[in-house]
Design a protein around this ligand. Structure first.
Ligand code: PGA
Length: 243
């Protein structure tokens, strides 16, 4: 299975999200591909309704690990799952760096997703200074160690997204060969945690021009696309030409 995921972040309001979902819902997806969009929490339900009979799943951009109760402002993995989410982004760098989420929060979110059968898309990636200092692999392995160590995943589905922070929203995409190399490192590192294979996606300035370079590598199981996924013309090109 290969994956094309669109992370709409907080780019769109409800009306814009629904309009985009209607257009996305018309696209056909080739067998062997799993496609999903991740609207903001406010737009999640209407987008889910629009995409109900389409080839697209819907996912959560963020979840809280506590299931229910007195947690102001939180929306749990359990509530998202009950409302039809198939996936949840966990540990996106914007959550880590802007909203101060640490590895222990990321870890609890992964566990909460696994508990309710929501597939966590665990985001990892190094900063520019890590890469410049030759520490990209070290940084990514450390993130993986902190969130996966001792975790019992069993046969539950988990996805990892390699998203170098310097490549997100900058137009400075990681080269496909380097993304493939890092993904090889990640796959080797996470292999002992799962009885099957954990798919690993690439994310960071993916667009209609460069998407084929990533998907031409068998080791890259798909792409997580931010900004470009909010433009229907670009997203349509990506989905229809590459699935
Ligand atoms: P981008 O974002 O495609 O806009 O760089 C990717 C992401 O943050 O998942």
């Amino acid at each position: 299975m290969r994956y094309i995921f669109g992370n709409w972040k907080m780019y769109l309001n409800e009306e814009e999200s629904v309009r985009l979902a209607r257009e996305v819902g018309e696209l056909s997806v080739a067998p062997g591909f799993s496609c999903a969009v991740f609207p903001n929490t406010l737009s999640f339900l209407p987008v889910r309704d629009v995409l109900r009979n389409s080839s697209f799943s819907v996912g959560a951009q963020n979840v809280s690990w506590v299931p229910r109760g007195a947690y102001t402002g939180a929306t749990s993995a359990e509530l998202f799952r009950e409302s039809g989410a198939a996936y949840a982004l966990v540990g996106h760098s914007e959550r880590r760096y802007i909203f101060g989420e640490d590895d222990s929060a990321v870890r609890k979110k992964i566990e909460a997703c696994i508990d309710v059968g929501l597939v966590p898309v665990v985001c990892v990636g190094e900063e520019k200074h890590d890469r410049d200092n030759g520490k990209a692999e070290y940084r990514v392995k450390k993130q993986l160690m902190k969130v996966f160590e001792g975790l019992s995943i069993g046969t539950q589905s988990v996805i990892v997204a390699y998203e170098p922070i310097w490549a997100i929203g900058t137009g400075d995409a990681c080269s496909d060969t380097e993304a493939a190399r890092m993904i090889g490192v990640i796959k080797e590192y996470v292999a002992p945690y799962h009885s099957g294979e954990i798919p690993v996606l690439y994310g960071g300035s993916v667009d209609a021009q460069n998407v084929h370079t990533y998907l031409s590598h068998g080791i890259i199981d798909g792409v997580l696309i931010g900004k470009a996924s909010t433009d229907v013309t670009i997203f349509e090109k990506i989905v229809t030409e590459h699935t």
